[in-house]
Design a protein around this ligand. Structure first.
Ligand code: ACO
Length: 329
């Protein structure tokens, strides 16, 4: 009998209509379109309305995906959502998606691994599929970064945007789908360089934490940058080497979108031309768990069955990884 692999069989995305451009940011903090473009590659990002939660975007992405793939809600047997900005601590965004879309035969839970969340979640879904336990899995990446972004801090507020993307994953017996993956984390160096200090059980939200702006994301950008380049390159190289894939064999590298310069460095180290790197950061910024599915959504029409793809991520924790996927449609 052929080996079961987990394949991506559909993709859809959603971004809010409201655009926050670099020009708009010039009137909010001391920055310039030129600085942001040169240092990050970002031109604009999308911002969800204040009164709408992360699940709003996730539901839109999933609704589109179910309709596009002719999937009935009752066929879904697992819903997984990667997010670091859930509507509330509990219930999970996955449970809220299930309720709103009438998904009644599934179990559902969220995974939090910041910018690595989507890859971690996709690989978790893979395990449920190859074990034979699940047949149709909805894998979502959704983040409303605008609500944890400090618009007084020019070093972070230029980076983040809101968005959601979703993929359908199903068993495949013809050799398509996830072929290999590497998931890693380094809590030794990661804990202090990128974090949100308050709002959790260690430092619950209070007047004081809000006055001190401790419920916003903070990072030591320059330090994080170096780790991001090294680890995304290292994981991509390792997965390509152990599967005997050269840069020529690769259709696309699908990297987490934190900074276009990071993507350029990783591509250069892999000896990969820039045309083979999926890039959406210019129009969406860093949408955290949503960057990978939004890349797939944007580039879907350029993909063909059998394409070799390498996904790679880096995020808070630190967390990182890579996956080698043979595109299934
Ligand atoms: N506009 C103008 N000047 C700015 C801005 C701004 N928006 N932000 C910083 N500067 C200034 C700094 O104050 C500094 O000035 P100084 O030299 O006088 O001190 C100068 O620009 C250079 O600052 P750096 O921090 O060294 O700038 P850098 O080129 O490193 O870019 C950035 C900063 C974009 C944050 C970059 O470091 C980066 O992308 N880091 C990695 C981000 C990442 O990968 N995060 C992981 C994923 S996120 C997650 O997991 C949720």
């Amino acid at each position: 009998m052929s080996k079961i692999q987990a394949a991506i069989t559909g993709v859809h995305g959603y971004v809010p209509e409201k655009i926050l451009s670099n020009k708009d940011l010039e009137s909010i903090v001391d920055t310039s379109d030129d600085w942001i473009t040169r240092r990050t590659g970002i031109k604009e990002r999308r911002i969800l309305a204040k009164d709408k939660p992360t699940s709003f975007m996730a539901i839109k992405a999933c609704e589109g995906l179910l309709s596009k793939t002719n999937t009935k809600p009752e066929e879904i047997d697992l819903v997984l959502c990667a997010t670091m900005t859930p509507d509330m601590l509990t219930p999970s965004v996955s449970n809220i998606i299930s309720k709103e879309l009438n998904i009644r035969n599934a179990f559902a839970f969220d995974i939090q691994a910041a910018c690595s969340g989507f890859l971690y979640t996709m690989i978790t879904a893979e395990k449920f599929i190859i074990s034979g336990q699940c047949k149709k899995v909805l894998v979502v990446g959704a983040d409303k970064m605008s609500y944890i972004t400090n618009y007084n801090d020019r070093t972070t507020c230029i980076l983040f945007g809101d968005g959601a993307g979703a993929i359908l994953m199903e068993p495949n017996l013809e050799g398509y789908g996830i072929k290999d993956s590497i998931l890693r984390s380094d809590s030794e160096h990661g804990l202090d360089l990128l974090k949100i200090e308050a709002g959790g059980s260690k430092n619950p939200c209070s007047h004081e934490t809000i006055d001190q702006e401790k419920h916003y994301i903070k990072q030591e950008g320059r330090n994080v940058y170096k780790y991001a380049v090294e680890e995304m390159f290292g994981a991509s190289k390792e997965i390509m080497n152990r599967n005997n894939i050269t840069s020529d064999d690769l259709a696309y590298l699908i990297p987490h979108q934190a900074n276009e310069r990071i993507l350029e460095s990783v591509a250069e180290k892999l000896k990969l031309p820039k045309e083979k790197v999926m890039i959406t950061i210019n129009k969406y910024g860093n949408t955290t768990a949503a960057t990978l599915p939004l890349c797939l959504w944007d580039y879907e029409s350029k993909l063909t069955k059998g394409d070799n793809l390498v996904f790679t991520v880096f995020g808070a924790g630190f967390t990182w990884g890579a996956a080698y996927v043979k595109w299934a449609y």
